[in-house]
Design a protein around this ligand. Structure first.
Ligand code: ASP
Ligand code: MG
Length: 466
């Protein structure tokens, strides 16, 4: 098999963690062609990317010394780990390379301080240095464990547009560069250790794929290399049937479909962002979520077809507000829904849930609590003529509320699931304020009072014995 696997910042955040990574890669490389993508070190006391970005911003405000202090601290973090993981000879090669990178950052910060301006392009140059350090460190650690490995900067592989800070890959040149650079390494049995997060334009100018972009790097390379599987090593055993802090009996889901993963990530489960993994989803490449700190656990497999089953997981989004717009004149008032959504968008609120019963007497929307007041103000402004004509008689706000979502593609076409959900909630005397189910039937969402949120999740989890 050919596997592209990514280790996140915490999975490579200390010498101890990297030692585990080395063991995992060593075992897999004996049986498979492996490409490894790494984030920068996210050490408990020093988060590389955050530190680099803060230094760049400080420089723009005239404080070049911030970078001058951050650079040696970061160098120390990486070299300290290197000395635990690699031979003195490897360290002697590594140190001047890292030293040069951090010296470059300090120089850049000085120029930024002189100019008093931080362009997105300069920020990308600075913020991606951690990945470059870490790929070199981890490749050295692997070589010292007798695994042939080579650090490769993704600037040589992933070609993007020039949207600095949030660049998008160009498929054809990325595929071409990736094949040319990585296939020979794989054929000779070398494990490429590729920097996450960074890429370059066609002219070779460094870009980044957005915060948390290493997952995207992994998916882009998995797709470009026609990988058999793409693995994300994280700090959890996989995707869970519910938040274990709310439901102690929650368990890891062995298998999810792509659609279920997308529904769950929308509803706040901390999995993979659907846009991030789109390159592999589009090609039907299976994804695994695995735990660096518990590598024996089988994790969660995410593929085109989920296994059977009805409801699979239940999640909750807290700190949201319910806005209700209603009135006797809304029946048959054409265009009112469009105006409502446009007003909410103008208020800067992201709508999480919408319901309108066919009586058309009211429209309910759920938005994040932080945006609700703005959204309501915009709505009242937009609907002022309708309010004075009494077509609309109220724009109400109820907060905080909780959205509880039951997800599972097996719910599609299975009668009675909604009935089970509502009977269970009724038996537990939990009042449901609003309900939404998209016609894909992968998700039933309901709005309950804040104080009922956790209980609702527990009751549903129990009902379906998730
Ligand atoms: N190091 C980058 C960040 O913190 C990318 C990543 O970790 O995925 O955003
Ligand atoms: Mg990260």
């Amino acid at each position: 098999m050919r596997i592209v696997m990514k280790f996140g910042g915490t999975s490579v955040g200390s010498a101890d963690a990297i030692r585990r990574v080395v063991e995992i890669v060593r075992a897999q490389a004996q049986q498979h062609q492996v490409v490894v993508v790494v984030s920068a070190m996210n050490a408990p006391t020093l988060r590389t990317t955050d530190t680099l970005i803060a230094a760049a911003r400080a420089a723009a405000n005239g404080d070049a010394a911030a970078a001058a202090t951050a650079a040696p601290r970061l160098l120390d973090l990486y070299m300290h780990a290197a000395r635990e993981l690699a031979t003195p000879a490897e360290c002697a090669t590594l140190e001047p390379q890292l030293d040069e990178m951090f010296a470059y950052i300090s120089d850049l910060a000085r120029s930024i301080a002189v100019l008093g301006e931080l362009t997105p392009r300069a920020l990308d140059l600075i913020s991606g240095q951690g990945e470059r350090c870490n790929a070199r460190l981890i490749a050295a650690a692997l070589r010292c464990a007798d695994v042939p490995a080579l650090a490769v900067d993704a600037t040589e592989l992933i070609i993007t547009d020039n949207q600095f800070g949030n660049a998008r890959p160009l498929d054809a040149p990325t595929r071409q560069h990736t094949h040319a650079r990585l296939l020979p390494l794989l054929e000779q049995g070398t494990v490429p250790i590729v920097t996450g997060f960074i890429a370059a334009t066609e002219q070779g100018i460094p870009t980044t794929l957005g915060r948390g972009g290493s997952d995207y790097t992994c998916a882009i390379l998995g797709a470009a290399l026609d990988a058999d599987e793409v693995w994300f090593w994280k700090e959890v055993d996989g995707v869970m049937s519910a938040n274990p802090k709310i439901v102690p009996t929650a368990r890891t889901l062995p298998h999810l479909s792509y659609v279920e993963m997308a529904e769950l990530s929308y509803y706040g489960a901390n999995v993979l962002h659907p846009r991030t993994v789109y390159p592999v989803v589009r090609r039907g490449i299976p994804i695994r979520i695995l735990n660096t700190f518990n590598p024996q656990h089988p994790g969660t497999l995410i593929s085109k077809d989920g296994d059977s089953g009805t409801a699979k997981a239940v999640t909750a989004i807290k700190d949201v507000s319910l806005i209700t717009v209603g009135g006797p004149g809304m029946l048959g008032l054409t265009g009112v829904a469009g105006r409502i959504f446009a007003a909410v968008a103008r208020g800067g609120a992201n709508t999480l849930l919408i319901t309108q019963a066919s009586s058309e007497q009211n429209v309910c929307l759920v938005v994040p609590q932080a945006d609700a007041a703005h959204a309501v103000a915009e709505l009242r402004r937009e609907l002022a003529p309708d309010l004075s004509a009494y077509d609309v008689d109220h724009v109400d706000l109820q907060e905080p509320v909780v959205v509880v979502a039951v997800v599972g593609s097996g719910m599609r076409g299975t009668p009675g699931i909604a009935g089970q959900v509502f009977s269970a909630l009724g038996a537990a005397r939990i009042n449901v304020i609003a309900i939404a189910q998209g016609s894909t039937e992968y998700n039933i969402s309901l709005v309950v009072q804040d104080s009922d949120g956790e209980r609702a999740v527990q009751v549903i989890h129990e009902t379906f014995q998730l």
